[in-house]
Design a binder for this molecule. Sequence first.
Ligand code: PLP
Ligand code: SF4
Length: 347
Amino acid sequence: MRIQQELNALPFLERESIRRVVEEFPFRTTRHYSQLMEHSGDAIGKQMVPLVAELQDGDGYEDPLAEEALSPVPNLVHRYANRVLWLVSHECAMHCRFCTRKRRWKNPVPLTEEDLEKGLQYISRHEEIRDVLLSGGDPLLLPLERLERILFSLRSIRHIQIIRIGSRLPCVLPQGIQGDLADLLARHHPVFLNLHFNHPREINGESRRACECLADAGIPLGSQTVLLKGVNDDGDTLGELFQNLLTMRVRPYYLLQMDLTRSTSHFRTPVSRGLEILKGLRNRVSGLAMPQFVIDLPGGHGKIPLLPQCVEELREDAMVLRGFKGENCSYPLLPGESFSLRNLMRS
Ligand SMILES: *Cc1c(COP(=O)(O)O)cnc(C)c1O
Ligand code: SF4
């Protein structure tokens, strides 16, 4: 395949280093995704092809979001009281080089029957949990019977209102999305899917068919996009991506600042970049195409949305906001409001 040809063309020393990189962080891709690539340095290649830089980066954390520490039972992360993240799958179709959970690639630990039972028991016992987010790995790669069992068991728990699934399959292995899978998901509604697209070139006929198959089954589709240096960190690229996602009935949900994962710092953009891009996009794309820009704080302190600043001045009786063409415009405040607003805006 093309990747192998590119590897063979590298000078010997570099090839050796790449071998060390993939020993630590194994290489994996799909035919579909690698066919989107034109050369290893393009937006597709950068997400897929191992680089020596991965081993040269000692900064950051193995587990930046403290997921292991926040797991009361194996693979179940309980950070927010009302929702849990359950890593039910240990495999992905492709290994994205910037992945937050790349620590799990080398020795993937499948969820055992015992862990599955423990997870279900934990969720049943905690009535404050309303929302279960299945992730991994990619839950849509699980054998259908296993996925069905998980969904069925969750649906049997009275306090569970919604089920969410995070998947990159429609982007990297759209052939894996077929009617039987969509029907299975639809039998357990309300099920929401959060997909993962990072670049407009990831959208083609196949991924469109996969998304439409899921949307036709009544599944609301969102996308979590990671802001990646040299891949999508400019307004034109992201604007096109977000607008095109809408045409597949996928609603941009989050634009994520890179986590502080060890061996991924070459992907990290300054925080100001994300804010600038969003500010520029606000008036160019439909409001539906605007995701929230969030930082998932290190140590498990949660996803925090950031907004470009548009408050110019806060007076006793009015606030001055910058309008979409850049002009200042004053909006009247109710008596006494100024004080609480000042406090809110500081925190
Ligand atoms: C991201 C995440 C969630 C879901 O967060 P939302 O903001 O509701 O999408 C839940 N639990 C954990 C541990 C997470 O990382
Ligand atoms: S699909 Fe998601 S979990 Fe899997 S390697 Fe890519 S970023 Fe990581």
